[in-house]
Design a protein around this ligand. Structure first.
Ligand SMILES: Cc1cc2nc3c(=O)[nH]c(=O)nc-3n(C[C@H](O)[C@H](O)[C@H](O)COP(=O)(O)O)c2cc1C
Length: 738
C-alpha cells in the first residue's frame, strides 16, 4: 500500500514536481546572490537614525528606505521629479548600484508559484506541494522499512542502478524536500483559506503630531533606538506637510515617528501569527537565511533525478511482476509457489520452479506471500521462496504473510518446503525464511523437505535444491536459474583471439564491452548497466531466436574493464557457433550470474588451479587478480602447444611477475600425449605437500576431465587420510564443470 501510494503519486506528479523543484532551486540562489552585492553591518553597528542621516546626505529626495530580506538596503528617491531606486552602502549612505528587480527571477517566481497560470496554477502548485509532502513521508517510511529501522537509515545501502541512486539521493535530500514541501503546503493552504491567515493592518495615523520644525532625521530618538538589522522599512514624511510623520516598520512591529520631537507614536507590536507566517516564508524561500536557501536548492536539484529513477524503478517492477504464463487459479492448483521479494530477483527463481513444475504436470499457482489464502484444500505442495530484507525482516511482498498465517487453515495433506534467499554478509542470514519455516511448522504443517538457504542467488545451490525436491515429488525438475530477461545488457565484441583451428578444436578468447546506449542516460534503466562481476562468475548469453540462455565462465573482473570469456566451438553448438561467428563490432545480449562459490581463497596457503581447454579462462582471471602474489600453481591441458596454448604470452608474464608461481602444461596431441591428470600424478608429492599445508584446489573444464582429475586427487590424498569430499566440505575443492 505504502509503495503503491509512493509510486502512483510520484508518477502522476513527476512533471509538475520537476518544474517546481528546478525553479525552486534557481530561486534559492537569489538570497545568496543578493547578499554577495549588499553591504551588511554587524548587529549594533548602525542605527536606523544613522542610516537615514547618511542616506539623506546623498539622496536629498529620499522617500523610503527598505531593508530587504537578505539584508541589502534600498533607497527609493525622487530627483527633479524623477523617481529612482538604488542599493546603498549603509556604512556611508552612498549608492552601490541602481536597484532593478531581475525580470528573469520574476518570471521564474511566477512559474514556481503558479506555473504561469494565475489562480488555477497556484492551486496546482499547492496540490503539488502536498503531493511532495506525501512522497517525502512515504519515502522515509519505505527507506526505514528497507534498511530495517530508523537507526539503520545511515547505513550504506545495497543495490544497484536506479534503485540505489534513488535511495541514496532521497536519503541526502529528504529533509530539505520535506521542509520545502511542508512550508509550501502551509502557504498554499493559507492562500486558499484552508488555514487562517494573519493580516497586519498596522496602527491608525496618529492625531497627536507636534507639527513643529522637523529635526534632522539622524537626531530622532525613536530611530536612534532601532538597530538597522531590525529595520523593514522607513517611509519619509511628505516634505511640504508639517502634519506628516515617518512610518517605521521593524521586525517587531510598526508605528510612527514625529519628525519634530523624534517621539515614537502608536507603536503596534507584530501579531504572533504574522511572525509565524514570516518564518514559514523564510524557511521556504531562504529569505534572510541564505545558507538554508542553498541547502533547499541543492535538495530540490535532486527531484528531476529522483523522478526519473522512480519512473524507471516503477517500470522495472511492473515488467517483472507481469503475469506468469499458465498460472493456475489458486483454487484449481495442486501446487502453490509463494514468493517473498523486495528487489524481484527471487521472482526469477520462482518462475523457473513454476515452469518446471508445470512441465512435470502440476497445476501451479504462483503469487506473492502477502496473498496467502485462508486455505488451499486441493493443494498438496506448498513452496515458499523468500528473500530477507532490512535486518532479518520480511521483504515487501511478504510483509503481511505472518499475520495472514494466523488465520490460515492447514490440512494434513499439505506439505511445504521453504527456500531462503539472502546474503551471508548480513548477520541475520535468511532470517525471515527461517522464521517462516518455523511458523509453518508451528502451524502443524509437515515439511516436504527441510529449509535450505541460498547465498547471493547461487544458481548451483538452487539446482541442487531442485534435485532434492525432484526426488520427493518423483519427477526430475532440472532447475536452472535464468534471471529475468529484462536484465540483459547489450555487449559489443571489441577483440577476439582465435586458437585451435588447426587441431579441430576452435577456441576463442572473446572480449566484450557494454555497447553504447544511445540517447538514454544509463541510470534510466537497470537493464543498461552490468552489476559488478568477478572472474569465475558467469556470463549468460542469449542466443538468437529466443533460445534459453547459455552460460560461460568469466575470465575477467569488472576492474579489467572488459568482459572476457573463452569459448570452444562445440560441433553443432548453437550458442558457441553463434559466438564464434561474431566479428568485432557485433553485439550480443548478456547478463551476469554471480557464482561466489567458485573463487580462490585469499591468504598465504597455496592455490592449485586445474583445467583443460577453455576452462583456462576463469583460472587465468584468478591469476591476473593475484596481485598479492599468493602461491598459485596452474595445471592445464590442451591439445597442441603450437595451436591451442591459450593465454600463453599472458601466463608467461605472470610467471615473471610472480602472480603465477608454477605452470605445468600437458598436450594430448603432441609428442608427449599427456593429459592434465598425468601431470598431476607426476607432481603428486608436491601436490600432496601443498594440500597438507592447507592448499585449495579449483577445477574448471569439461565433466570428463573433472572426473579424471578427481580420481587422481583421491589417489594423491590417500596418504593424508583425507579425500575430495572432506576437502569439498572445507571449501578447499571447488569445481566449475560443464
Ligand atoms: C537493504 C538490504 C538488506 C538486506 N538484508 C538482508 C538480511 O538481513 N539477511 C540476508 O540474508 N540478506 C539480506 N539482504 C540480501 C537479499 O536478501 C538478497 O540480495 C536477495 O537475493 C534479494 O532478493 P529479492 O531481490 O527477491 O528481494 C539484504 C539486501 C538489501 C539490499
Amino acid at each position: 500500500m505504502l509503495r503503491q501510494l509512493h509510486g502512483l503519486s510520484g508518477l502522476l506528479a513527476a512533471l509538475f514536481l520537476i518544474t517546481l523543484a528546478t525553479t525552486g532551486a534557481v530561486l534559492s540562489l537569489a538570497p545568496a546572490m543578493d547578499r554577495v552585492v549588499a553591504v551588511i553591518p554587524a548587529v549594533g553597528e548602525v542605527s536606523v537614525a544613522e542610516l537615514a542621516g547618511r542616506v539623506v546626505a546623498h539622496y536629498p529626495g529620499t522617500e523610503q528606505v527598505v531593508r530587504g530580506p537578505s539584508g541589502g538596503v534600498i533607497v527609493y528617491h525622487n530627483r527633479d521629479g524623477q523617481p529612482g531606486a538604488d542599493l546603498v552602502n549603509p556604512l556611508t549612505g552612498e549608492g552601490i548600484a541602481p536597484y532593478e528587480p531581475s525580470a528573469f527571477f520574476s518570471w521564474i517566481k511566477d512559474l514556481h508559484r503558479s506555473f504561469l497560470l494565475n489562480d488555477a496554477g497556484r492551486l496546482l502548485a499547492g496540490v503539488m506541494a502536498a503531493v511532495m509532502l506525501l512522497l517525502c513521508i512515504s519515502g522515509i517510511l519505505l527507506l526505514v522499512r528497507r534498511t530495517g529501522g530508523w537507526k539503520a537509515l545511515i547505513r550504506p545501502l545495497a543495490g544497484t542502478g536506479s534503485k540505489q541512486i534513488h535511495s541514496e539521493l532521497a536519503r541526502f535530500a529528504v529533509l530539505g524536500l520535506l521542509l520545502s514541501a511542508l512550508t509550501g503546503s502551509y502557504m498554499s493552504a493559507q492562500r486558499f483559506g484552508l488555514l487562517p491567515e494573519t493580516f497586519e493592518t498596522g496602527p491608525t495615523f496618529p492625531a497627536e503630531v507636534a507639527g513643529g520644525q522637523p529635526a534632522p532625521v539622524a537626531t530622532l530618538s525613536a530611530l536612534m533606538d532601532v538597530d538597522l538589522r531590525e529595520l523593514r522599512e522607513l517611509v519619509f514624511p511628505y516634505p511640504d506637510d508639517p502634519q506628516d510623520v515617518y512610518s517605521l516598520t521593524t521586525s517587531s512591529g510598526s508605528g510612527f515617528v514625529d519628525p519634530a520631537t523624534g517621539e515614537l507614536l502608536k507603536f503596534q507590536p507584530r501579531a504572533t501569527g504574522s511572525v509565524f507566517q514570516q518564518w514559514m516564508v523564510s524557511l521556504h524561500t531562504g529569505e534572510g537565511l541564505w545558507w538554508l536557501g542553498l541547502i533547499l536548492g541543492a535538495a530540490a536539484l535532486t527531484v528531476p533525478v529522483l523522478s526519473m529513477t522512480g519512473i524507471s524503478i516503477w517500470w522495472q517492477r511492473r515488467r517483472s511482476s507481469e503475469q506468469l504464463p499458465d498460472n493456475a487459479e489458486a483454487y484449481q492448483a495442486d501446487a502453490i509457489i509463494l514468493v517473498g521479494s523486495e528487489g524481484n530477483t527471487t521472482w526469477g527463481f520462482a518462475r523457473e520452479l513454476h515452469t518446471k513444475l508445470n512441465k512435470a504436470g502440476f497445476r501451479v499457482h504462483c503469487s506473492e506471500m502477502n496473498a496467502l489464502a485462508d486455505s488451499y484444500p486441493q493443494v498438496s505442495r506448498l513452496f515458499i521462496l523468500t528473500s530477507t530484507y532490512g535486518d532479518g525482516d520480511a521483504p515487501a511482498s511478504a510483509r503481511r504473510f505472518m499475520a495472514r498465517l494466523r488465520d490460515f487453515r492447514s490440512y494434513k495433506t499439505l506439505q511445504y518446503a521453504v527456500l531462503g534467499f539472502g546474503d551471508r554478509q548480513f548477520s541475520n542470514f535468511c532470517q525471515f525464511a527461517l522464521n517462516v519455516d518455523a511458523a509453518l511448522a508451528n502451524k502443524g504443517l509437515s515439511r516436504l523437505h527441510p529449509i535450505e538457504l541460498i547465498d547471493r542467488c547461487s544458481s548451483s545451490q538452487f539446482s541442487e535444491w531442485g534435485d532434492k525436491i525432484s526426488e520427493f515429488i518423483g519427477t526430475p525438475l532440472a532447475l536452472t536459474y535464468d534471471p529475468l530477461p529484462l536484465s540483459t545488457v547489450k555487449l559489443e565484441l571489441v577483440e577476439r583471439a582465435d586458437y585451435g583451428v588447426a587441431i579441430q578444436a576452435p577456441t576463442s578468447i572473446l572480449r566484450f564491452k557494454v555497447a553504447e546506449q544511445g540517447r538514454w542516460p544509463q541510470f534510466l534503466s537497470q537493464a543498461k548497466t552490468l552489476p559488478l562481476f568477478e572472474a569465475g562468475d558467469l556470463l549468460g548469453v542469449m542466443p538468437p531466436h529466443g533460445q534459453a540462455a547459455r552460460f560461460y565462465s568469466l575470465a575477467s573482473s569488472v576492474t579489467d574493464g572488459v568482459l572476457e570469456i573463452c569459448v570452444r566451438k562445440q560441433p553443432g553448438g548453437l550458442c558457441s557457433g553463434y559466438l564464434h561467428g561474431l566479428k568485432p563490432g557485433d553485439c550480443i545480449n548478456g547478463f551476469i550470474r554471480h557464482n561466489p562459490e567458485f573463487r580462490p581463497a585469499t591468504g598465504s596457503n597455496p592455490v592449485i588451479l586445474i583445467g583443460a581447454g577453455a576452462g583456462i579462462g576463469p583460472l587465468t582471471g584468478f591469476i591476473r587478480k593475484n596481485t598479492e602474489r599468493n602461491p598459485m600453481y596452474l595445471y592445464w591441458g590442451g591439445r597442441n602447444s603450437q595451436s591451442d596454448f591459450l593465454y600463453q604470452p599472458e601466463l608467461g608474464r605472470y610467471l615473471d611477475d610472480h602472480r603465477l608461481t608454477g605452470l605445468n602444461t600437458a598436450f594430448s596431441r603432441s609428442e608427449e600425449h599427456a593429459y592434465v591428470q598425468d601431470k598431476l600424478r607426476q607432481d603428486q608429492i608436491a601436490v600432496r605437500q601443498m594440500v597438507d599445508k592447507g592448499a585449495q584446489i579449483l577445477v574448471c573444464g569439461g565433466r570428463d576431465m573433472a572426473e579424471g582429475v578427481k580420481q587422481v586427487i583421491e589417489d594423491i590424498l590417500k596418504p593424508l587420510a583425507t579425500d575430495v569430499e572432506a576437502l569439498r566440505a572445507e571449501g578447499r575443492y571447488l569445481e566449475d564443470v560443464y
